[in-house]
Design a protein around this ligand. Structure first.
Ligand code: ATP
Length: 236
């Protein structure tokens, strides 16, 4: 087990957003978190990456308790969070954005070979290495954000809505790349509105409603589940 979350409670002030949540991600898996707007998916990712402190519960990553660690220490442990909306340095080139992603001593030491790996995964970034990130298309920016995250050589890559705002053709491409990254040994925790696509490539998934996990199963099981079909896939 790479990530284990036990009885997690997260609050914004007095308002509880995550309730007694427990789940796990095994090494090498693609796991998707499914949920409507406001279900708590982003809050959960922010808590896993140390941007929010849980009020209760434990997060254990690769044998280390990370729930009270700071974001940079959590990156150093091997968790990288690609937030929704990409957040690239728009006036810097693609290559500069990628290089700045080589965060931490180990990552810097291997940055040349990691960069080669990222460029191989994303030939489009290679072609556009000197272009300012802010002038690239939405899909290219998403690739650059994922590539930058990979530069710190994570064990777990958390992606928040990677297909948001992308043209249908690019959506397929991004999911394809996620599968490739997983095949190369990086475990993936995915938050997606594009549930059909996400569950198709997932080993397992969890369904969140109002800050609680209400269902879990393999990607296939969840796609065939009556509640998922009705509430999330629009199939009655
Ligand atoms: P979406 O897909 O819309 O981003 P989500 O599942 O990621 O939804 P969260 O953004 O995690 O949901 O929000 C969970 C709950 O926490 C919501 O009720 C939201 O209003 C609340 N919330 C989120 N951020 C804050 C904040 N900074 N302050 C107070 N409440 C917040």
């Amino acid at each position: 087990m790479l990530l284990q979350v036990e009885h997690l409670d997260v609050f914004y002030g007095d308002v509880q957003a995550i309730w007694d949540m427990s789940f796990h991600v095994n090494q090498g898996e693609i796991v998707t978190l499914v949920g409507a707007n406001g279900a708590g998916k982003t809050t959960l990712l922010k808590t896993l990456s140390g941007l929010l402190q849980p009020r209760g519960g434990t997060i254990t990553f690769d044998g280390v308790v990370t729930s009270s660690k700071k974001p940079h220490d959590i990156v150093a442990e091997g968790i990288v969070h690609i937030p929704e909306g990409r957040q690239l340095w728009s006036n810097m080139s693609v290559i500069e954005n990628l290089e700045l992603g080589a965060y931490g001593k180990e990552a810097r030491k291997h940055s040349k070979e990691t960069l080669d790996w990222v460029m191989q995964l994303f030939p489009r970034l290679q072609e556009r290495r000197h272009q300012k990130a802010g002038t690239m298309s939405g899909g290219e920016q998403q690739m650059c954000a994922i590539g930058r995250g990979l530069m710190s050589r994570p064990k777990l890559l958390m992606l928040d809505e990677p297909s948001l705002g992308l043209a249908p053709k690019l959506v397929g491409e991004v999911f394809e790349i996620i599968q490739q990254i997983a095949k190369q040994g990086v475990t993936i925790l995915l938050v997606e509105q594009n549930i059909h696509h996400a569950l198709q490539i997932s080993d397992r998934g969890y369904v969140l409603e109002t800050g609680r996990i209400i269902l879990d199963g393999t990607g296939k099981e969840l796609l065939a589940n009556e509640h998922v079909k009705e509430a999330y896939l629009g199939i009655a």
